[in-house]
Design a protein around this ligand. Sequence first.
Ligand code: LMR
Length: 409
Amino acid sequence: MASATSTESPLDAIPVAPPDPILGLLEAFQKDARSDKINLSVGVYQNESGRTPTLECVRRAEAKLLESGEGHGYLGIDGHPAFVARARRLVFGADAEPGGPLADRLAVAQTPGGTAALRVAADFLHAQFPSSRVWLSQPTWVNHAKIFQSAGFPIGEYPYFDARSHGLDLDRMLDALGQAGPRDIVCLHACCHNPTGVDPSAAEWERIADILRDRNLIPVVDFAYQGFGDGLDEDSAGLNRLVAHGLELVVCGSYSKNFGLYGERVGAVAVRARTPRGAGAALSQIKSAIRANYSSPPRHGAAIVATILNDAELDALWRDEVVGMRRRIRAMRELFVRSLAEHGVDQDFSFLLKQRGMFSFSGLNRMQVDELRSRHAIYIVDNGRINVAGMTTATMDRLCRAIASVLAS
Ligand code: LMR
């Protein structure tokens, strides 16, 4: 006979999870009925018309793919071979080419976006180094802690941002990393630090590399914004400093932003090993982690990227389009700083001009962020992060007027 409790709903008792701090805001924005709403929360690029464009190189690559009969078959566990070959080159440069010093020391697999690259990296590392701790910059992308905790890691934080100078707090960062244990994992941002927009200089990367090597730490480099900082090659200079120091490291790349392929979920996880054996073993373990997660990655977005990078004309067009996006973001930074001053904001926001990439840490506090949302229909992340790539010339006046009024109240 069924017991009295068997009719109780097991699901009715579970707690409701809080909305995601970034994607939850996107849901709230989409539901907001105000016609003049402005979304500066999720890291998505918009053009001057306020739309997220499909790049011209992507349009042409899709037309080519239709002709080519690419098909819809499963990819291998580690993804699209032509995409993987190009991704290696994009991240590590000519050294990754056949015959180059890194050629047989890399393990690279395609993943569904940069988030999955991080999750595969986390699963792989936790299986091999179960007693390590993961160190995250304070602050960092809101999803980092969740990803590494879900894989089983305890989390530590290292200071990164100096709120007074709006710059890098290098000494405190190095002090904290000096406390990390051997084989602890340190999550770094290759460029366009999310959320602060503050990146280390070449000399600062050297000092970071020294401490990582001296303490035998394992860097995981989140590389989601290649091309949005100073240029496609320039943006990998920091992580290539780590490689030059002989460090074994993991790079988690995303092609969402620089190819505008957000919903196609294109990313890659790459391990740089010191020996060919290490690279082979890492690839085998990464494939095992992928198979247990989602079996193999999606084909379409990776085929688009491979088509572009394997065609000299499309490759040149893509590079131009990345320059165009980077310049527009830069122009928005300049206009934003100027317009704030024109609206009577006497606080100095010129630090925004030194920051790189889509994001800036505005310094607005939680109350001001809430007021922007409730009174002005302007959405930014609770920690004060603003997506500069979501600003347009047309919305700048309204945005700066609202910020001026919030700062004054
Ligand atoms: C962001 O930080 O806004 C982007 O990386 C999108 C996301 O998934 O959070």
